[in-house]
Ligand binder design. Sequence first.
Ligand SMILES: Nc1ncnc2c1ncn2[C@@H]1O[C@H](COP(=O)(O)OP(=O)(O)OP(=O)(O)O)[C@@H](O)[C@H]1O
Ligand SMILES: CC(=O)N[C@H]1[C@@H]2OC[C@@H](O2)[C@@H](O)[C@@H]1O[C@H](C)C(=O)O
Length: 355
Amino acid sequence: MSGTSLDGIDAVLVAFSDTASHLIQSVYHPYPEELRQQLLALHTPSDNELHTCAVVSSDLARRYASAVNELLFKCSISAKAVTAIGVHGQTIRHQPDAGYTIQLNNPSLLTELTGITSIADFRSRDIAAGGQGAPLVPAFHAAMFQHPERHRVIVNIGGISNLTNLPLSGNTIGFDCGPGNLLMDAWCLKHAGHPYDKNGDWAKSGVVISELLQKLLSHSFFQQLPPKSAGRENFNLPWLMQFLSGNERPEDVQATLLELTVKSIAEAISKHCSGAEEIYLCGGGARNGTLLSSMQKTLSIQHVAPTDELGVDADWLEAFAFAWLARQTSLGLAGNLPAVTGAKHPCILGAIYPV
Ligand SMILES: Nc1ncnc2c1ncn2[C@@H]1O[C@H](COP(=O)(O)OP(=O)(O)OP(=O)(O)O)[C@@H](O)[C@H]1O
Ligand SMILES: CC(=O)N[C@H]1[C@@H]2OC[C@@H](O2)[C@@H](O)[C@@H]1O[C@H](C)C(=O)O
């Protein structure tokens, strides 16, 4: 998995049986800053971008292969013992209303370098069926965390945040809530020189600018009804800059961005997850102590905790989900939830690149 934060690659080895799944090993390979900048630049049109995309796709595949090979080495497992690699690729454009989403990737090269079947391009089939192509993790959340007596909500706080509502009866729903870490990361890099605000300590040193927060919360995405999905197209530094006078203290802006993430998630929960009893957080944002305590204060729900409490490490959950989605595909089972993405029907997701 390589997500919208553009921080790097999360790779996991997962064993599945018909009744259980088990995360055996994990590896994280951060991106060098140069690649991060290259990927960021590819989010907007530029000269010769087709060539650059192709070259970067192969670079990514080599990095995915190196993560996979390290996993195998760590576990002393041969490539032959692995059924498939579920590889998300790196999203650089997400425009479901225009009928497409683009994840840079070269699954043929990944198969060649690892000797393992790759399964890729998980989102396009859902878009072809009229869906948003995202979020896809709610089906996995439902399979893993649905409880017969506890109404749970799973909140993923990556670059973008998304939630899955798991009521006791009725449909699982899910949608993107808005920015997770990507605005905080961008602001932190620009003004504090760090790629992210560890534990939210810098944000904690600032004061929320209420007027700015209200302006940010007036983004039309927050008013839209699900199904909905977001990307860097919707939330980015130029969008933030138009609301700033230039006189704000950087730490106050950081505090406000953290609160934007908290408030947008809290509002999504109160509008769409009525009756929720337990909130579980995953993604890198679950490791932000300031965000976690603000979430606990803002929500009227007492139980807010990382998914580690449910037995799945919050840092690896999304990579785990793509292993699960690849398994669905290899078994010929649907991976999308039409009630989440808005697709006309369940679909077998992805394309298979056999050994
Ligand atoms: N200790 C920490 N304190 C604060 N923030 C953290 C910490 N650890 C990780 N993060 C944040 O989490 C981000 C990475 O999260 P994650 O790996 O879930 O992103 P992602 O894979 O890009 O997700 P998505 O695909 O859902 O957008 C980092 O960029 C950073 O902002
Ligand atoms: C287009 C795209 O890459 N979307 C990501 C992004 O990151 C979080 C959120 O926005 C979610 O919609 C999705 O990823 C997760 C893994 C998903 O599909 O569930």
